[in-house]
Design a protein around this ligand. Structure first.
Ligand code: CO
Length: 138
């Protein structure tokens, strides 16, 4: 069911500083920052050719990554995002198999303007998994 890794997300305490470091020290292509109030994060994407790294910092007081950064003050790997062709079919298959979808269980629009859901880390060996519906060839 799952396709390619769409991105790996790293929570950072200071997005502008992290973006600068990726640009200057790693010579990476880094997108302009984008605020996603519905997800409580501000993000940039680093293009590594075969996939992307999403750097994210908390946005707003109820950001879901604020607690993560309290536990990991220097930042750290936060989630991994896989692509699927049909998100509702994937959600059906996953929940029938016992995996838990976070939140109200319904897809939200993610950083790429495409529907996403998150799966409970306890169901996947301590790793938060994002599933994104990606149109073929995107
Ligand atoms: Co993500």
């Amino acid at each position: 069911m799952i396709g390619r890794v769409n991105h790996i997300a790293i929570a950072v305490p200071d997005l502008d500083r992290a973006a600068r470091r990726y640009r200057q020290l790693l010579g990476a292509q880094v997108s302009a920052p984008k605020s996603l109030p519905e997800h409580g994060v501000r993000v940039v994407f680093v293009d590594t050719g075969n996939t992307k790294i999403e750097l994210l910092e908390p946005l707003g007081p109820n950001s879901p990554i604020a607690a993560f950064l309290e536990r990991n003050r220097d930042g750290g790997m936060h989630h991994i995002c896989y692509e699927v062709a049909d998100l509702s079919a994937a959600v059906r298959q996953l929940t029938e198999g016992g995996a838990r979808v976070l939140g109200d269980g319904r897809p939200k629009i993610g950083a790429h303007g495409l529907p996403v859901i998150f799966l409970h880390p306890k169901d996947f060996d301590g790793t938060l998994i994002e599933i994104e519906e990606t149109a073929p060839g995107q």
